[in-house]
Ligand binder design. Sequence first.
Ligand code: FAD
Length: 449
Amino acid sequence: MKVAENQKNTNQRGQAIVLGGSLGGLMVARALSNHYERVTIIEKDQVERQPCSRKGQPQTRHLHGLLPGGLNVMLHYFPDLKDALAANGALLANFAQDMIWYTHGGYRKRFEMDLTAAAMSRPLLEHLIRERVLALPNVELMDNTSVKNLISTPDQQQITGVNIQLTELGKVMDLHADLVVDVTGRGSRTPKWLEELGFEAPSVSEVKVNVAYATRMYKRDPLDPRSTNWMLYTPMAPEEMRFGGMFPVEGDRWMLTVGGWHGDHVGCDEAAFNEFVRQLPMPEFYDIISNSEPLSEIIPYKYSHSLRRHYEKLKKFPLGFLVMGDAVCSFNPVYGQGMTSASMQAIELDKLLGKNIPEQHLAHRFFKEAAKVVDIPWQLAVGEDFRYSATTGPKPAGIGVINKYVTRVHRATLKDPVVCDAFLRVMSLLKAPTSLFHPKIFWRVMWAG
Ligand SMILES: Cc1cc2nc3c(=O)[nH]c(=O)nc-3n(C[C@H](O)[C@H](O)[C@H](O)COP(=O)(O)OP(=O)(O)OC[C@H]3O[C@@H](n4cnc5c(N)ncnc54)[C@H](O)[C@@H]3O)c2cc1C
């Protein structure tokens, strides 16, 4: 098992504590291991040393697409991850050639692209990353341990540790640290903790999307020529409100997730689920499930609104404390951005710590960098969501005009591999959305779209 060597910092710091041991927490722990003598991850669930979902991360039972932007960060930290994924039955394939993607009344162009994507279950990905993070000599995991509160200096200006409870023993104790990072996900208690310490809580942007998912596993026939393809259907909004994704995952299984926006929800009894799949404009899904053995129950998930906490706008923040991952921004999951955003935030923190920023400026600088990471996926996701009139919340300026152009981009991706290439790089979070307005792309979009 290979982990990129810790780039030891000459100003090695003492103890860091990461709250939450899901994917975001693991990536942050990896980044912090370059700069702290000891990194302790606190996770309230029991964590098995094998791929499995836990109570604290119910979303991991649903389809998780890893964008090439996120895979790149993971490969930076774990150079053998691709090999480990392949050895464990994940599918590594060409992002444009191997994806069958139906949208706007046709299939996006397929062509060889220099981007690899990985299809696997989320528990497998997380397990492989966790094994690599815990193999580091200076990282440890305390599972079955719940964070109850922050500990601060008497003047409440600096966080000096956390108060934890060991679930099985019921024992409560304090752990001290030079840096505490909250990666406890969307339900993070940091806003409340800040107010209790006399700081302001961050302002919040909420975009209501009322999305529901349902997921089921099926046996995959490796002889089916489609068995090494990802399949995606995304709607031509606002006329269509449903989506579907079917990925080949380890163990010769298909993972199918379908769902819809704004109440166009999938039923979770077998007949309603199958009928929903049958009605999707992309026939491959129904064709495959009609001929494949189901391997799981149908698992539902409801997601009411995307949520962004604007820590970057706070004037004051306690020393020795940061917040990351879904605790900062939880995106409408349909766009598959959360793991990539969390990984990109982790590498930004790594870079900042490498610059030895004075401690009193760290939070401010980090939240500015994290906001830059979050801005683009947030704009992409929210922009698409506002195609539906039922979507409510802070609407980005000029989104109507931008969406008209993006509709043409979508249509052009069905015909023109150059436009499709440019689009896939933007949605992978590798290129800025402005690249779609470059004259080389713009005129092709106008012509084809
Ligand atoms: C339905 C759904 C589908 C998704 N699909 C995709 C996808 O396709 N692609 C993608 O990139 N992203 C996807 N995401 C987002 C992705 O799951 C998250 O972005 C990712 O898990 C990183 O989140 P996180 O680690 O910040 O928080 P979480 O994954 O929410 O983890 C928080 C962790 O903190 C722990 N915790 C909470 N409270 C405490 C406490 N008091 N003490 C100790 N531990 C605590 C929890 O047990 C949990 O392990 C999806 C999300 C949902 C909801």
